[in-house]
Design a protein around this ligand. Structure first.
Ligand code: FAD
Ligand code: A2P
Length: 408
């Protein structure tokens, strides 16, 4: 390649179709509509993307965090990207790639080295997570050590507590991380099913302390978001597993939705349904260390249709009140007014404002995508009533790794 040609090289932002779980987050986040999709792939418009990196942090798998060096005049087209099953091999060695301005390089390097980095930050005292130890080509093989229904037999949703044992394979995780599950079989196009993510529900030292295992909280998907009957591929596969079955696992993923480790740090947790998984992991971590008297508060807002539908309802009620302040929001209890988590947050406005004011408080929101707006509005109202400005506080919380949202 001549020197003239090499000056025409630019980096093209691409999405890895093998890792992408098609969750639509990047397309929703992109402020300039540079991301689109068809029935098969999510892709980036070369002529629109300005490398603002707003999509990097929210991507749950890091699939968005990819690029290739291309000639400026001949980037990969949208049709090229729609047709991919995997990213093309890099054709230009790293050393030859620098036609960008220094600013570009700094931005790109930050994106490329930070996994889900971008603008989201973990708490300053979070432990360092391991990421992507097992890839699609070489997944870890876990053994099902248990599969228990944790919603009442009569409840409309079947939510399961699954314990996966990794035997002699190293699979270190932190509370707040997720793993990818590869369901066997192929999709309607004859391709292997894409991976699905599940939050880890157990603390870093295992579902059973000292064992090389972890737990998941999985809801069997039997209806799509419009309420039409459907058999969710991976959730049904997981919910039907029996003790002793083998499961292909990739990951772990997630380097920002992590808990602080410094004494005196407090957690303000808001979740619905299976969004309780990371909250369970973090709460259990704190419960196991309760004798250390490290200080800090735990406050939980947990929404479900009714008590019978609430995963871990029984165990939650047994937690000591000095460990955690629990606020349930039930939306479908007969003869009771419908309550959402944001309603409960408002009812506890004083305590919530006190926590938001404390620079040792870290906020976690997980579960239904729909609750994001309601929770944001509740925090805004509480701030207004208590002499705080949510518009100023929220960017500060994000900047300091103190505000974490994972919805799906
Ligand atoms: P699919 O076969 O992928 O989908 C079937 C149909 O159902 C599609 O039309 C789809 O749009 C719709 N659908 C998908 N999910 C839902 C849903 N939840 N409700 C209604 N309709 C749906 N799930 C858990 O159960 N527990 C977790 O801890 C968990 N953690 C997650 C963490 C992250 C970061 C993300 C991104 C997702 C998480 N999920 C979790 C969701 C999970 O990854 C799958 O999307 C979910 O299990 C559905 O997969 P499926 O293969 O069964 O359904
Ligand atoms: P709803 O009775 O309106 O469905 P699910 O069981 O579907 O996982 O939902 C968990 C809980 O979250 C339910 O109580 C559900 O209430 C509630 N929910 C639904 N939409 C929202 C929303 N926009 N904000 C907060 N909670 C919500």
């Amino acid at each position: 390649m001549s020197a003239t040609e090499s000056t025409g090289l630019v980096r093209q932002h691409l999405i890895d179709p093998e890792i992408c779980i098609r969750c639509n987050t990047c397309e929703e986040m992109c402020p300039i509509d540079a991301i689109t999709h068809d029935a098969r792939n999510y892709v980036v418009k070369f002529d629109v993307c300005n490398w603002c990196n707003g999509c990097i942090a929210p991507c749950p798998t890091g699939a968005i965090d990819n690029f290739r060096n291309v000639e400026r005049a001949t980037p990969f087209s949208l049709d090229d990207q729609f047709g991919w099953d995997e990213l093309p091999a890099a054709s230009v060695p790293e050393k030859e790639q620098s036609s960008e301005t220094p600013d570009d390089v700094v931005r790109i390097t930050r994106a490329a080295t930070s996994g889900q980095g971008g603008t989201a930050r973990p708490p300053w005292s979070a432990a360092h997570p391991y990421l992507n130890l097992y890839a699609l080509q070489k997944p870890a093989i876990a053994t099902v050590a248990g599969n228990f229904r944790i919603t009442d037999a009569g409840a409309s949703s079947d939510i399961r507590h699954l314990v996966l044992d990794f035997g002699q394979q190293a699979f270190p995780v932190l509370e707040g991380q997720s793993i990818g599950i590869l369901a066997p079989g192929t999709d309607s196009e004859g391709k292997p099913h894409h991976l699905r993510l599940y939050s880890i529900a157990s603390p870093r030292d295992g579902e059973r302390p000292g064992y090389n295992n972890l737990s998941l909280t999985v809801k069997r998907v039997t209806a799509d978001h419009d309420g039409q009957p459907v058999k969710g591929v991976c959730s049904n596969y997981l919910c039907d597993l029996a003790k002793g079955d083998k499961v292909q696992v990739v990951g772990p993923y997630g380097n920002t939705f992590l808990m602080p480790n410094h004494p005196g740090s407090s957690l303000l947790m808001v979740c619905t349904g299976t969004g309780s998984a990371p909250m369970r992991a973090m709460t259990e971590r704190r419960r196991r260390r309760i004798a250390r008297n490290e200080g800090g508060e735990l406050m939980l807002f947990f929404g479900a249709r009714m008590p019978q539908e609430l995963p871990y309802f029984g165990p939650l009620l047994k937690l000591p009140s000095e460990l955690i302040d629990i606020n349930f929001a039930f939306s479908r209890v007969p003869d009771e007014p419908k309550k959402y988590v944001q309603d409960r947050i408002r009812e506890r406005g004083e305590a919530v404002a006190r926590m938001l004011r404390d620079e040792n408080t870290y906020v976690y929101i997980c579960g239904l995508k729909g609750m994001e707006t309601g929770v944001d509005e509740a925090f805004r109202d509480i701030c207004r009533e208590h002499g705080l400005s949510w518009s100023e506080l929220l960017p500060t919380l994000r900047e300091q790794g103190r505000y974490h949202v994972e919805t799906y």
